[in-house]
Ligand binder design. Structure first.
Ligand code: GDP
Ligand code: IMO
Ligand code: MG
Length: 423
């Protein structure tokens, strides 16, 4: 049991980056298994605040090997910039960043197709980050995509041109015009730059590590409710963000999975379109956004905010067989006099349920709330769960009882140090 998996249980931005960085010293390898530059994982320590998009969040720990797995869709220009900005911070990744040859490449026309497709959808747009994620995964499944290993082939340029020609045809269908020159120059510069990093057969790499007895931490991107199969389809991303994605996205068999660390905020946020039953449109929602600094780490868009949604959380816990719950951003609720938790949904026919309907987009559910009194105090320098204010301890206990999984980590600030583990 040597691979633990940390993944988001909501709609992303739960604080995965912070916790991966925090627990990374318990592991020898940190591996991203899906998603791409749509992710924005924020790390904050020693006066540094840094957002990682494609590089695993073990990057600041020099002893750790960071692997970008085959399930990732990779934008090489973004990756080059990420590497360079880490270099400026004194982080040298030349020996501890490994890139799967089987990861799919995002090329400039994928980004154009993303934008064209969203434009065509009009009011029904997904609210994509426009990083080319959907079109790249679509090409992977259509078996026409390019992979990282292809950059080493003598005919890479021809392969690139063939895919680009296909995309230009599609862009004509959308009547979408784009000037590609600068983006293509950047792309090919990045192709050369990346060749000096280890491009590996990542399934061998990671299974060798497992054989050697290394502990692996698989780092999810996005969240379970954005999963292509189990999320609020079609308002989802294009990968399996849930637990099985770590197996297919890395080439590690389920047998090796140890703990599944499910991370969630003490409330909910969502960025982009799609259903959000507990969304608050009033001053309380604004307050959550203001105190929680709820603005996208990748796009800067304001995040939609609302109360904790237990039917959705239970669903994510079930799909992932979560063994440990990690509760984030408790401090954002410090000032609140009352805190609401959605325990059930009321369906249009009056039925009360704690299950997610087939399609949250077309079934209007009304949240049924339970009210909690806020703790209304600062959380600083906590050493044990016994020190928690009673109202916060009650809040956590209630969630544990409802979900049936213990909360083993509490985060109460963005900084690495504002983290409490249950002994
Ligand atoms: P990720 O995508 O899951 O890694 O999450 P993001 O980095 O996109 O968003 C989480 C945001 O919350 C970041 O700005 C973090 O610095 C911040 N954050 C993480 N944990 C906490 C916490 O416990 N309290 C507060 N106030 N901020 C936190
Ligand atoms: P991290 O890893 C929050 C959302 C987008 C959009 C939908 C599809 O930082 O938690 P895509 O670009 O994948 O086609 O967008 O998914 N989305 C995220 N929301 N956090 C993320 O990543 C996200 N990555 C994508 O806003 O609604
Ligand atoms: Mg994020």
């Amino acid at each position: 049991m040597c691979m633990d998996i940390l993944l988001g249980l909501q709609w992303g931005d739960e604080g995965k980056g912070k916790i991966v960085d925090f627990i990374a010293p318990d592991y020898q390898v940190v591996a991203r298994f899906q998603g791409g530059p749509n992710a924005g994982h924020t790390l904050h320590f020693d006066g540094i605040k840094h957002v990682l998009h494609q590089i695993p969040s073990g990057a600041f720990r020099p002893e750790i090997k960071n692997l970008i797995g085959n399930g990732v869709v990779l934008d090489l220009h973004t990756l080059k910039n990420e590497i360079l900005s880490l270099t400026k911070l004194g982080v040298d990744l030349t020996r501890n960043l490994f890139i799967s040859k089987k990861a799919q490449l995002i090329i400039p026309t994928h980004r154009a197709l993303d934008a064209a497709s969203e434009k065509q959808k009009g009011e029904n747009k997904i609210g994509s980050t426009l990083r080319g994620i959907g079109p790249t995964y679509a090409d992977k499944v259509a078996r026409v995509g390019l992979r990282v290993g292809d950059i080493l082939l003598p005919d890479f340029k021809e392969r690139y041109n063939a895919l680009k020609a296909r995309h230009l045809e599609q862009l004509r269908f959308y009547a979408y015009e784009v000037d590609l020159q600068e983006q293509e120059e950047q792309f090919f510069e990045a192709v050369e730059f990346i060749k000096s990093y280890p491009l590996v057969d990542s399934e061998y790499f990671i299974n060798n590590e497992i054989r050697k007895g290394s502990r692996i931490l698989a780092e999810g991107a996005q969240g379970s409710l954005l999963d292509i199969d189990f999320g609020s389809y079609p308002f989802v991303t294009s990968s399996n963000t849930t637990v099985a994605g770590a197996c297919t996205g890395l080439g590690v068999a389920p047998h090796h999975i140890g703990k599944v660390l499910g991370i969630f905020k003490a409330y909910c946020t969502r960025v982009g379109s799609g259903p959000f039953p507990t969304e608050l449109f009033d001053e309380t929602g604004e307050r959550l956004r203001r105190i929680g600094h709820e603005f996208g780490a990748t796009t800067g868009r304001p995040r939609r905010c609302g109360w904790l949604d237990l039917p959705a959380l239970k669903y994510a816990v079930m799909i992932n067989h979560v063994t440990n719950l990690l509760m984030m951003k408790a401090d954002v609720l410090n000032e609140f006099e009352e805190i609401m938790v959605c325990t059930h949904y009321e369906l249009p026919d009056g039925t009360i349920t704690d299950q997610l309907p087939y399609c949250l987009n077309s079934t209007k559910v009304t949240p049924v709330y339970q009210r909690f009194t806020g703790w209304q105090c600062e959380l600083t320098d906590l050493q044990s769960f016994e020190e928690l204010p009673a109202a916060l301890a009650d809040y956590i206990r209630f969630i544990e009882q409802q979900v049936g999984v213990p909360v083993t980590l509490l985060s109460y600030g963005s900084n690495r140090k504002d983290t409490l583990m249950r002994a």
